[in-house]
Every structure is written in C-alpha cells, then in structure tokens.
Design a binder for this molecule. Structure first.
Ligand SMILES: Nc1ncnc2c1ncn2[C@@H]1O[C@H](COP(=O)(O)OP(=O)(O)O)[C@@H](O)[C@H]1O
Ligand SMILES: [Mg+2]
Length: 282
C-alpha cells in the first residue's frame, strides 16, 4: 500500500518520532524515509511517496532532496522556494520587508573592510549572523570595534557563505523571544523562550526555557504574512518584542522543531501537521 505521507529525515529527533506516532494514532499511513539511503532517479516520477513532509536537518540535503522530489511532481512540505527563502536570513529579510512585516534593521557587507566601515557608521552593539544557519550557531553580538574585527576576520577564513557579513541592529527587548508554530494560516501554539543562563540568545538548543505564550490577533496576522512571504505551509516564526517597534519577526524556520512547544502548550502539533498535509492529497 502506498503511504499517505512520507517523513523524509536524516536524523530521528523527538519531532520525527512524534509524527510517526501521530500517524498510528490517526490511522494515517506513514512511511519513514532516511534521506541518506535515497537515490532519486531524476528521469521518472516516483509513485511511492504520497505527500512528503521534509524534516532533514542538513541544509543542503533538505534543499536538494526537496528540489528533486518537487521537480518530479511530488508535493513536499515545505516547498523548494520556502527552503531557499526561509533557509537564508538575508532572503527572508528582503521578503518580510516587501510584505510589510516589521523585522530588525539590517545591513549586508561583502568584505571585512566594508563590514567594519558600516559598523563604524552605525555604531555598536550590532549582531552578526551567518545568512544560513540555526540553533544560534556563529551568531555573535559585536560590542565594539575590537571584537568586530576579530570575529569578522575569523570568518574571512571560513566557507564562502560566512564571508557574507549580515549585520542586524541589536533589538532592545525583554530577555526572551517568541516561537510561533504555524500550520497553514493558524498559529497552533506559541512559546516564550527565555535564556536560562544569561545568554542573550534564547534558542532552546542553547539552554532556553519555554513558557506558553498567548496568541494575539496582531501576532497571528503578522505570522501569516511572514509565512506567506516565504511561501511556507508549516513553519516556525521567531519574533521579538522590541521596546520601540513592538513585535518584529527575525526568522522563519522551514523545518521547525516543536518538541518544547508541544510539552509546554499541550497541543498535538504532529497530528495537526499530518492532517494539514493530507489536505494536499489529490
Ligand atoms: N537582532 C537581534 N537582537 C537581539 N537578539 C537577537 C537578534 N537576532 C537574534 N537574536 C537572539 O538570537 C537568537 C537566534 O537568532 P535567530 O536569528 O533566530 O537565529 P537561529 O537561526 O540561529 O535561531 C534569537 O532567538 C534571539 O534570542
Ligand atoms: Mg531562531
């Protein structure tokens, strides 16, 4: 029997296990496929996938397996454009602005010298982020010229993507941010993430503490726009409560983690994801 839904993964995390269990609970036929074992014949449409929920952790594996399957006519959630747009903070920034979604002010510089010149003009602190990355990795707060020089210089010796210097204003906000999980046009649950250890970054991967966040109509309207800006279906929108701008969106995650959101909010996000995906069945 062909599966209703394929979960395409490269690492089994809590999220992937929960999707499989939700399939059993809802009587949905789930196929778990380890992308590392897959070779896609690009000359013929594979018949044995159903709707694909893309869960690969590896950025490149995620993007390229989506491109291959979607190109052959398989419905993949999220689609290739979302992988491209949401997978890159600069691309997301441009699209959020175009859609009228408030987002931190940013500058992109294409050499160490240009980055330092921009920082000299704009002042410190600023935040430097790799345009592609997650879990807060390689995101630094640049407090002064000395630290900026060292951090930017070290990136000049890394893989070329790290030589795209994406600089953001440091947003003044309470010591927390918000992760809103969108399934279609609805925030199904949201959490505040407070850093547990004084870190200014609030990622759960860095020890953040989760608490339920009440969804407001303003937040939902902004998240729908952010999701649509990157052509997403199921996404995790990261927001901050800026002291002077109100809510701002700083990231859209196309393969979002939701373990702590389920734990804290008690919402069955995996079942909602599966049922949403089934809506694309022909
Ligand atoms: N411009 C900013 N000002 C203040 N804090 C920020 C800013 N951007 C990110 N952060 C903090 O750093 C964390 C990680 O940033 P984010 O852009 O979401 O990258 P990642 O993809 O690594 O999660 C955020 O959750 C937030 O706590
Ligand atoms: Mg984030």
């Amino acid at each position: 029997m062909n599966p209703d839904i394929t979960i395409l993964y490269d690492t089994i995390r809590w999220e992937e296990k929960a999707l499989l269990e939700a399939g059993i609970k809802n009587n949905i036929n789930i196929q778990m496929v380890d992308c590392k074992k897959v070779a896609v014949d690009l000359e013929k449409k594979p018949e044995d996938y159903g709707i694909v929920i893309q869960r690969c952790v590896s950025y490149y594996r995620n993007l390229h397996s989506t491109a291959a399957l979607e190109g052959l006519g398989v419905k993949v959630i999220n689609c290739l454009n979302t992988g491209i747009f949401a997978g890159n903070k600069l691309f997301t920034h441009m699209l959020l602005k175009k859609s009228g979604v408030p987002t931190p002010n940013a500058t992109v510089a294409f050499s160490k010298e240009a980055a330092l010149e921009a920082l000299d003009k704009q002042g410190y602190p600023r935040v430097i982020k790799p345009t592609v990355g997650s879990w807060g990795r390689l995101i630094s707060k640049l407090n002064d010229r000395d630290s900026a020089e060292g951090i930017i210089e070290s990136r000049e010796n890394m893989y070329p993507i790290y030589q795209i210097h994406y600089l953001e204003e440091f947003v003044k906000r309470p010591p927390r941010d918000i992760r809103a999980i969108m399934v279609g046009d609805k925030i199904v649950a949201a959490i505040y993430r407070t850093s547990g250890n004084g870190n200014w970054k609030t990622n759960m991967a860095l020890g953040g503490i989760a608490q339920e966040c009440k969804v407001t109509p303003e937040m939902e309207e902004m998240c729908i726009k952010a999701k649509n800006a990157v052509q997403g279906d199921i996404v995790g929108v990261d927001l901050m409560e800026s002291d002077d701008k109100g809510l701002v969106v700083h990231e859209v995650n196309n393969t979002t983690e939701y373990k702590n959101t389920v734990r804290v909010c008690g919402v069955d996000i995996p079942s909602l994801m599966l049922n949403y995906a089934l809506g694309f069945r022909k």
